[in-house]
Design a protein around this ligand. Sequence first.
Ligand code: PHE
Length: 357
Amino acid sequence: MAADLDALRARYLADLAAASTPDSVEAVRVAALGKSGTVTALLKSLGGLAADERLRLAPAYQALREELAGAIEAKKAALEAAALEARLAAERMDMSLPVLPEPTGSIHPIARVMDELAEIFADLGFAVAEGPEIEDDWHNFTALNIPPEHPARAMHDTFYLAGAPEGRVLRTHTSPVQIRTMTGGTPPIRIIAPGRVYRSDSDATHTPMFHQVEGLVIDRDTHMGHLKWTLETFVQAFFGVDDVVLRLRPSFFPFTEPSVEVDVGCSWEGGRLAIGGSASWLEILGAGMVHPKVISNCGLDPTEWQGFAFGCGIDRLAMLKYGMTDLRAFFDADLRWLRHYGFRALDVPTLSGGVSA
Ligand code: PHE
């Protein structure tokens, strides 16, 4: 009998040593310790033995069962540990890879304000139009009702281009885009035209290159009320202030009639500017109803079509909104200034997310 037990033990331990999967370990367990396993059968047979026989054999049977059960458990645990080890090795991730560095560039406040303007006016149904910065005399002046002998030309401090075809200038305002839009398309028209403009002028509040945004609406039955509402809606959205008060003062531009200069109500609390109310006034733009002569210069019938236009300095808008005091710093390309006043590249202004960052 003892020899039988030793043989059984040796066989199962050898089977276990050879088993390389959980299934083959389970097969050994079933063969030895399962319901009809050999060791189980031996233990069952104890019940049919005489008492002294049973006392003699039982400890050896029990010991064999214990030993095999322990070996099976150990083998299972070893296989599981090996499987986990293999999985960890296969799914290994290198956490030491460096992350991409933060971008160091930033969006210039002027570019930012242009994006804000496009967003605000897109919501009102305006498209963005563009025109060349090297303009001809006709688009920059004549078509806008500023003929060569007109005194208003002197107000523009124009850069004339030597060596270029006759009459080329650096555009002195964005209003030539009005002309290009009316001659190049059919009404109804609703556009804004942001861009660079040039005048021979330089001091703390003037740079030879600066930025304007032009607005143009041409339709039937358009009037000054539409102009005022459009400007109010724009200023409210741009500054993020509800109680915006606009003051329209009579003025003169050759290409609009009537013409107005538009002030926005503001206050200076503790030397800090706040847009809103009507304690004080800041001039922000020029505007008016497009002159009938300008409309007919563009080949449209002014008895059928009319509308309004406005022109506004973008640099000044940015200064008012974001609190810069010196215009010249906009163009110094000083990295410390850009880091301070610049915007993160991915912060795109949206009406829902807010254009009043
Ligand atoms: N072009 C004018 C300027 O540069 C501004 C303006 C545009 C005024 C459109 C009226 C209408 O000063």
